[in-house]
Design a protein around this ligand. Structure first.
Ligand code: M6P
Ligand code: ZN
Length: 187
C-alpha cells in the first residue's frame, strides 16, 4: 500500500452556485493574475485591471494528499465577462504528470472546454448542465464562459497530476473563443 489511508468522507455540492462544503482551499483568479499570453487584447486587459480588477474565477477544492491512488475533487465558478471580444476563461494547464486524465461535469451556466496536445491536436466541446467531458491524458484543458451567468463545473483528477501552467502562459492555447453578434465563434 503506497497511498495514504484516509477515512471515507462525503461533501455537499450545490449545483447552482458550485459551493462545495466543506472545502479546504479556495483559489481566486483575478484578471491581474492573467497577464501574459492569455488574452489577445492587452489594452482592454490593462483597462479592466485598472478599473477594479474583476474576479474571473474561483476554485473550491477538498484537498487530499497529492499522490498516486488519491482523487482530487473541486468546483470552478467561472464568472461571465469579456476582455475585448474574448470571453473570460481559466488559465488552462497541462498536468505536470502528463499521463493523467480528468473528468468534468457541467453544473450550471454554459461554456466551452478547449483541449490541445503538444503535438498539435485540438478540440472544443460545448458544456452545460449535465455535460460529462473526459479529458484524456496528455491533453491541456481550459474552460471559457460564453454565457451571461456563472459557468459552474465539477472536476475530478488524480492526486499526483499537478498543474503545469508555464507551457500555456508562454505559448498560449490553440483556439480562442470570441463574442460576435452571431454568438460565440472559435478562432
Ligand atoms: C478545474 C480543474 C482544476 C483547475 C480549475 C481551474 O476545476 O481542472 O484542477 O485548477 O479547473 O483551471 P486552471 O487551473 O487551469 O486555472
Ligand atoms: Zn487538470
Amino acid at each position: 500500500m503506497t497511498a495514504t489511508a484516509l477515512d471515507p468522507f462525503s461533501l455537499m455540492l450545490d449545483f447552482r452556485s458550485g459551493a462545495l462544503s466543506p472545502h479546504t482551499s479556495r483559489t481566486e483568479r483575478h484578471l491581474s493574475d492573467m497577464k501574459g499570453s492569455y488574452y489577445a487584447d492587452e489594452a482592454a486587459l490593462g483597462q479592466l485591471v485598472q478599473s477594479g480588477d474583476p474576479l474571473v474565477y474561483e476554485v473550491l477544492q477538498y484537498d487530499v494528499p497529492e499522490e498516486v491512488g488519491q482523487l482530487i475533487c473541486c468546483t470552478t465558478v467561472l464568472h461571465p465577462g469579456t476582455v475585448g471580444d474574448e470571453y473570460f476563461m481559466t488559465k488552462g494547464h497541462f498536468h505536470s504528470v502528463r499521463d493523467t486524465g480528468e473528468v468534468y461535469l457541467g453544473l450550471s451556466g454554459h461554456g466551452y472546454l478547449l483541449l490541445m496536445t503538444e503535438e498539435g491536436g485540438r478540440s472544443a466541446s460545448p458544456m452545460g448542465p449535465g455535460t460529462v467531458a473526459y479529458v484524456p491524458p496528455y491533453w491541456a484543458h481550459r474552460t471559457v464562459n460564453t454565457g451571461d451567468e456563472p459557468f459552474v463545473f465539477f472536476a475530478v483528477y488524480p492526486g499526483q497530476a499537478g498543474h503545469d501552467y508555464g507551457t500555456i502562459e508562454e505559448s498560449g492555447f490553440a483556439q480562442r473563443v470570441l463574442r460576435t453578434p452571431e454568438g460565440p465563434v472559435l478562432r
